[in-house]
Design a protein around this ligand. Structure first.
Ligand SMILES: Nc1nc2c(ncn2[C@@H]2O[C@H](COP(=O)(O)OP(=O)(O)OP(=O)(O)O)[C@@H](O)[C@H]2O)c(=O)[nH]1
Ligand SMILES: [Mg+2]
Length: 670
């Protein structure tokens, strides 16, 4: 998640500048501080007229633990920003740089503002701020004549800045956008676009901009309103940089001269006082060069209109159910779509896939696909943890006891690594191997399945796992982490060796019950995956496709990918359906995969008939196998008694479940 804080600002109080010298320079006496994600300072003249507006971003600076990015501020602002304080940085002073107009604010605890009041008395204000989950909160204390103000960062800026008369000032951003665009509008009809080569600023008296009799807030509001209404609706755009040095009048030069408007009276025109500059920096640059009051603005390149092409096949931004809803519609177009199939790009073909309802419901039930944090939270996930969560908040390795499939509760221990086939350990237990391209998430999946993070090493650098690593899952299963093939930070010949080793392993290994072939959901199957599939087909190794990193694509695309792969594997004999979908990151789908893999253990019994359940409690020397038909159980007993499963010789005896007992009792009673 990026920054959690939305921009918020509120006029808090006016403070006099610390540096008198600089204050003189800038003829500034009062500063209004706005707190929130960004800090704004609006300098006002002694007559309390709006002069200039400064915006300083305060956010989480990169790599900083603090919520208020003092480092960032220091960097951005010039030396004149004063900050001092104890080493742990609890106390920092806030000051304003007169030249850049920037405000320095530091640390999250007890921010202090130093200032002089009107009488020249040195004063301090404490600003308390703390970061909450929802955003940045600032509390201004000791505000004379005012109550404490709390600012929550997620409050809409536009609303926050509503001024008198119950009229809201438009959002700052949209306002500046409008300012940017205003040159393109002409005569309120918006027929002509700019085309103006240059703009002139004419010097004018600052007094002109004063809206007589109005409070500064009102006039500020009016200014903005005028800006919205009049600027767009008249031929003349008057730009006033009302900083006490100059007021500029913008004119269209040469051919397309703006004509003075008839609609605006003199006073109104003068009140169209706002900066054209998008960045405040530029505004101050303008101020610096105020000696030459005529400024020529550079040509602005015409912005090209963005043409949004709507792909009829693309509904990736839509919700999953939209996809289902559009199914009927899409069927009408099916024939024509099929005709165009050949011409369609791979991408379009992918987007044309209509996943089956079972896949769609699997995606929904398992919470697969990229989702908003809030959705995860509502579903009981803890999004703060990078580890798999399986719907259980705050899961840690110690919580593996909560794993619903007993076999995966066992301790995962590394016991062998092999670079050559001769060093493979003897096949004691049934083995499940994890194969796939480099960086697809094989090692991460092992951790996620067993909830034992760190047992298997993972890395974002492809090619971390370079040997076949064998892990024991208690005394039940072997989990085998294979080196990835394809792209990896390794020499070609080394990679070829790995690939040969993997191929040898999957095609010859005794006791290998299943290969989970991991495929990145985003990219799908690649030629090397097909190569391995062909090999496993020829060696009759059972394999199952597992789509990984589903958290990185839209739910609908997860479903499409699964559908695509299921279709392509229909004819394959050794492929185990269905395609599984997981995210080791969020834990989505891991539970289903555990269940699917646990079923491998029961495979020893399936030749005798339909198995309803297999229970192999961890740490106990026995388990239960429930058959659908009693004769199957008896058959299994006869034939399997004394056989070796895994490393152990099994003894089987017949048991009855409660249901059977009850029905017998009922039968006897009758
Ligand atoms: N977003 C996301 N990232 C994942 C997921 N699973 C793994 N990753 C990341 O993908 C990167 C590679 O993961 P590994 O488990 O080391 O991949 P690998 O397949 O073992 O890679 P090699 O050992 O190089 O073959 C790591 O940075 C993981 O954090 C997932 O489900 N979602
Ligand atoms: Mg690995």
């Amino acid at each position: 998640m990026g920054k959690r804080f939305a921009t918020s600002s509120i006029p808090v109080q006016r403070l006099e500048h610390t540096s008198l010298k600089a204050a003189k320079e800038a003829e500034t006496q009062y500063t209004t501080y706005f707190f929130g994600m960004s800090v704004e300072a609006s300098s006002r003249n002694s007559d309390n007229k709006f002069r200039k507006k400064v915006k300083v971003a305060i956010g989480k600076s990169k790599g900083s633990k603090d919520d208020v990015g003092v480092g960032e501020l220091k960097e951005k602002s010039s030396k004149k920003v004063q900050s001092s304080g104890s080493k742990n940085g609890d106390t920092f002073y806030v000051d304003m740089n007169k030249k850049s107009g920037k405000v320095g604010v530091g640390r999250k605890k007890n921010l202090k503002l130093r200032y002089e009041d009107k009488e020249g008395v040195q004063r301090k204000r404490n600003l308390k701020s703390r970061n909450e989950d929802r955003g940045f909160e600032a509390v201004i204390e000791g505000n004379s004549g005012r109550k404490r103000k709390r600012i929550y960062a997620d409050i809409d800026v536009g609303k926050e800045r509503a001024l008198g008369n119950n009229v809201e000032i438009p959002d700052r951003k949209s306002l500046s956008k409008r300012m940017e665009n205003k040159f393109r509008y002409d005569s309120g009809k918006r027929k002509q676009t700019t085309g103006a080569k240059s703009y002139e600023f004419e010097e004018a008296s600052r007094k002109d901009s004063v809206a007589g009799g109005r409070t500064s807030k009102e006039s500020k509001l009016l200014d903005k309103k005028n800006l919205r209404g009049k600027v767009q609706g008249t031929n003349e755009v008057k730009i006033v940089e009302d900083n006490g040095f100059k007021i500029g009048m913008l004119r269209r030069s040469a051919k397309n001269k703006y004509l003075p408007t008839q609609k605006l009276d003199q006073g109104q025109r003068k009140r169209v006082a706002y900066s054209v500059e998008k960045s405040h920096k530029k505004m101050f640059q303008g101020k610096k060069s105020s000696a030459s009051d005529i400024e020529v603005m550079e040509d602005r390149p015409k912005k090209k209109k963005k043409v949004i092409r709507i792909d009829p096949h693309d509904f990736s931004n839509k919700r999953l159910d939209d996809g289902i809803a559009s199914k009927d519609n899409s069927e009408e177009n099916k024939d024509s779509a099929e005709k165009n199939d050949a011409e369609m790009s791979k991408n379009a073909q992918f987007r044309a896939i209509r996943p089956s309802p079972s896949i769609l419901s699997f995606v929904e039930d398992n919470f697969l696909g990229r989702r908003r944090d809030v959705e995860f939270r509502r579903a009981g996930y803890n999004t703060e943890l990078s580890a798999p969560l399986d719907n259980i908040p705050f899961s840690t390795s110690s919580e593996r006891e909560r794993i619903e499939v007993p076999v995966f509760r066992n301790k995962l221990t590394f016991f062998a690594a092999a670079k050559i086939s001769s060093s493979f350990p003897p096949p004691e237990f049934p083995e499940i191997a994890f194969a796939g391209r480099s960086n697809v998430g094989k090692s991460s999946l092992l951790n996620a399945l067993t909830r034992q993070w760190g047992v298997v090493r993972t890395s974002d650098k492809p090619g971390l796992t370079q040997t076949i690593n064998f892990f024991k899952l208690g005394s039940k299963l072997h989990l085998v982490d294979l080196p990835g093939y394809g792209f990896a930070y390794a020499k070609e010949e080394v990679k070829e060796e790995w690939e040969a080793l993997v191929k040898e392993y999957v095609s010859t290994r005794v006791g290998l019950k299943r290969v989970c072939l991991l495929v990145d959901t985003k990219w799908g199957m690649k030629p090397r995956d097909h190569e391995l599939i062909d090999l496993m087909e020829s060696s009759q190794t059972k394999y199952q496709i597992v789509l990984t990193k589903t958290d990185l694509v839209f739910p609908i695309d997860v479903a499409r990918r699964a559908m695509q792969i299921e279709e392509s594997l229909k004819a394959k004999k050794s492929a185990v359906q269905p395609v599984m979908m997981i995210s080791s990151n969020t834990g989505a789908g891991i539970r289903s995969l555990r269940t699917a893999l646990a079923n491998i253990v029961r495979q020893s019994f399936t030749p005798f008939g339909e198995v309803i359940s297999v229970k192999l409690p961890a740490g106990k020397g026995f388990g239960f196998v429930q058959f659908a038909i009693r004769s199957n159980a008896e058959d299994a007993m006869q034939r399997l008694n004394g056989a070796v499963i895994g490393k152990q010789r099994v003894r089987l005896s017949c048991g009855r479940n409660l249901g059977n007992k009850q029905s017998r009792m009922d039968a006897n009673n009758q």
